[in-house]
Design a protein. Sequence first.
Length: 579
Amino acid sequence: MSSGDIARTGLEAWHQLGQCGLEIEGRDADLAETIRKRIDANAGTLEEALANCSSEAFLKTFLVTAEPFVKMLAGILRMFEMAGTKHGKHHWKVAFDDYEASVEHFKEWERVFNSIGSYEEVPSLTRQAWHQLAGLARTSFVEGRKGDTGAFWDTLKPRSELSAPGLHSEPWMRDLWALILRAEQVFYNAGLDLVTARQNIDWSNQDEEGEDGFALGFLRKFQHDYQVSQLIAAYQVFLSNDEARQDAGGAMSALLATVSRTKYWTTVTTEELTPFLQLPIWQKRHEFYAAWVASEQIAVFRGSGVDVHSEEGRITFPFRETRVATLHAGHWSLISERRTSLDAPLGAGRKGNVQPDYGWWQEGGDGQETCALVVEVKHYKKAASRSWIEVLTDYATAHPNAEVLLVNYGRGGRAAETLAETHKKRCRIIGELHPNSPASLQEFREAVVRIVATPKKARNVIVLDVSPSMNLERRKLSVALREIAARFGCEDVFAVDDEIVSNRNVATLQDDEIQAFSRNKAEKLGGPLAAILGIYDAVWLVTDSIGATSIRVDPRFHADLLVLPGLDHDLTLVEVRTR
């Protein structure tokens, strides 16, 4: 099979992708086994399962299996941003001992992954609705073209190269874009494109497909008159010509409002997936997992004065002592691979010292550092009881004042329960630590915050919900926040949505700064609140009815609604404490 051929079966796609670069007989056996079970748990081998499924089913399964790794990339990217690389160019890199990668490379492939292989919603057009839509678009297109012949879609071009409408675009524009992409996918699934779809059409079955506007036969006949291509041309004009878009908006919206909606799985091709598989996350699995574990430890202190260190534009994770981050409040440092001497360690390979993956060290008044938290990272499928007992024992012995966390991508096991009583209270194993396991992730984050906490400036703190439903960009809240601070003895305000965005002094916070907190992120306040309540006794949460309801039903919290006359009528003040 040549690279240009379309894979029809999962097995063809598997071989076309070079078995995804995985070592299915070695370290990637668990990943390959997960793919086999998800496709066909009764198949004896992965190849047997792949031979009996479509290429689309295989690629869908692979993307679902790979999703946690992509979320890890997102976590590492957040760490880059905290290091000051929001506008970084190619010189910003992550580096291990024998590998270096551009941050822009990661950003591009996070974007690509998130745009392929997902469920998308599209208007469920009938044949008649397609023709009505084309008529409206054609009229607006001709009027909006204004002599710009370069705006015409090249009818000889086999596929579109469309730009997505912006986040604030009109709904009908997003619908038109989705319809064009869906029509192209129907052609692609049949081995066709915008040019070949017009050729060799069988006109004899014209009435056999009913009114389904996404039936292949109908779409081919529709494109025979270049109507899909004309819709693409109209869409491109609407993107760049405000007048044409406004003229078309009323009629387009009215038509699409009468149409029901359906969801479909977007096709990902082997050609699109191949560059993703070349990412070093596959060849450097353990190193990237360890880097992600570091990013999660740092992220819980976002907005609390934490600095991520870089060396000449590189965030480095070498196999030597490295100061990864500094939390200024409390004089804490996250340090990787720091050696501490230990007589007669139990673990094989340790000779007179221990060298954990990460440690949180605090500088005392005498300038000496002591370790309060050790984090050892494993990337095993199953628990390794004996060796983990040795690891926990050695680290707890070498760091008598520290708690020891062993985190594993796979199962956790019960090795910590068999430790000597002197170590058992300070050692814990957290298994299934990855982005798709929220309970383990929350347990890990809360442990880090509990042990490595900024000193309490006050017993209470204000938390401001900055999710989209709050409409912060249109509010003036500084006076109300200062009234809350004075009434309940607060000094700081945390801005949160699905994470801690910022931590500011309420006395100096201005309205324009509050308005700038607004973000297009999910309203998942529970995780950040739990982390903040690891430091403070009570939270005074300013939110809307959606946020208040989510916290009141969360079993981790005790929440009371309060009335504050100075607060906007659609906002709520909630006193939140841990149960």
